[in-house]
Design a protein around this ligand. Structure first.
Ligand code: MG
Ligand code: MG
Length: 288
C-alpha cells in the first residue's frame, strides 16, 4: 500500500473545515497525477484545474447521451496503386461550448472515470455500422476498418465477447476489422496481454501496433505478439529527408515488417515526395 497525500494549511488555504478538506482533496489528486506515493501542498491554481476536470467529467457523461461524439474517417491508401484500401475511425467530441475536441483532451479523463468503456463501445458499434455502409458503396474493393482501442478498454475481460456481438449485429466480416493498440498498452502485464490478443485473434479480426517506434517494445517480444500490422509513427515520416538517419531507420522498420509478414502502414504522409520515398523502400500502405 502506498499513500497519496494532499496537504492544506490553516489559515492560508481555508478558514473552515469544508474549504480545507476540499483543497486538500485537490492537492491529493495532484499527488496521484504525479505518479502516486507522493504528497503535494495545495495551491490556488489547483482549484482551477480541479474545476476544469470536473466540468470535463460531467460533460463526458452527458456527451454520449446527447450524441455529441462523432467519428471522422481517415483513408488508408495503397501506395503503389493509390487505391483506398481502408479507413481509420477517429473519435471527436463536438463539445457544445468548446467545439471539436481531439481525444488527447479527454481520453485520459474518460479512462480515469471509466466512461471510456461506454464511449469505446459506441465507437466500435458506430464505426462497424459505417464500414458496412462504405462497403455497400464500393462492393468490389474490400475495405479495412481500423479502430483504436484504449488501455482501459483492452483491460476489459469481456472485450472479445462484445466485439463478437458487434460483428454479428452489424454484419461486418471479422477480417475487415482491425484493432489498433499502442506499444505502451502491449508491454503492460505481458501474460494477460498475450491471452487477450490470442482471444481477439481467434475472432478473426486484425491487430495492429499503433504509433510504432515511439514506445519501448523489444524486438524479441514483438516476434511473439500475434499482430499482423505495424503502423509506423508519423514522427519518422516527418523527419524523412530532414535528418540523415530517418531514411535508414524507416527502411529497416519496413524491411523488418515485410520479413515478419506484417502489413506496414506509414502514418502522417503529407506530400508526394514522402509518398514516393516510402513506396520506394517497400512500404505498401500509408495514411495522411
Ligand atoms: Mg491509430
Ligand atoms: Mg497512429
Amino acid at each position: 500500500i502506498t499513500p497519496s497525500l494532499g496537504i492544506s494549511l490553516y489559515p492560508v488555504d481555508g478558514k473552515d473545515f469544508d474549504t480545507l478538506l476540499r483543497n486538500a482533496d485537490a492537492a491529493m489528486y495532484k499527488a496521484k497525477e504525479a505518479g502516486r506515493n507522493a504528497f503535494r501542498f495545495y495551491s490556488s491554481e489547483m482549484n482551477v484545474a480541479t474545476l476544469k476536470h470536473l466540468l470535463m467529467e460531467s460533460g463526458l457523461r452527458r456527451g454520449l447521451g446527447a450524441r455529441e461524439f462523432v467519428l471522422h474517417y481517415q483513408p488508408l491508401v495503397d501506395l503503389r496503386t493509390g487505391e483506398i484500401c481502408g479507413t481509420e475511425a477517429l473519435l471527436r467530441w463536438n463539445h457544445p461550448h468548446r467545439g471539436i475536441l481531439s481525444p488527447a483532451t479527454f481520453i485520459s479523463i474518460a479512462e480515469e472515470t471509466g466512461e471510456i468503456v461506454r464511449i469505446g463501445q459506441w465507437v466500435l458499434e458506430e464505426s462497424c455500422r459505417h464500414a458496412v455502409e462504405f462497403q455497400r458503396l464500393r462492393p468490389s474493393y474490400p475495405l479495412t476498418l481500423c479502430v483504436n482501442i484504449s488501455a482501459a478498454e483492452f483491460r476489459q475481460h469481456d472485450l472479445p465477447r462484445r466485439i463478437a456481438e458487434i460483428l454479428e449485429e452489424t454484419g461486418l466480416p471479422a477480417r475487415q476489422l482491425k484493432l489498433e493498440l499502442t506499444e505502451s498498452v502491449l508491454i503492460h502485464d505481458i501474460p494477460s496481454t498475450l491471452d487477450m490478443l490470442g482471444e481477439l485473434r481467434d475472432l478473426g479480426v486484425g491487430l495492429a501496433i499503433d504509433d510504432f517506434g515511439t514506445g519501448y517494445s523489444s524486438l524479441s517480444y514483438l516476434q511473439r505478439l500475434p499482430v499482423d500490422t505495424l503502423k509506423v509513427d508519423r514522427s519518422f515520416i516527418a523527419r524523412l529527408g530532414v535528418d540523415a538517419t530517418s531514411g535508414p531507420v524507416l527502411r529497416a522498420i519496413v524491411e523488418m515488417g515485410n520479413a515478419l509478414n506484417m502489413n506496414v502502414i506509414a502514418e502522417g504522409i503529407e506530400n508526394q515526395w514522402q509518398w514516393d520515398s516510402l513506396a520506394d523502400i517497400g512500404c505498401r500502405q500509408g495514411q495522411g
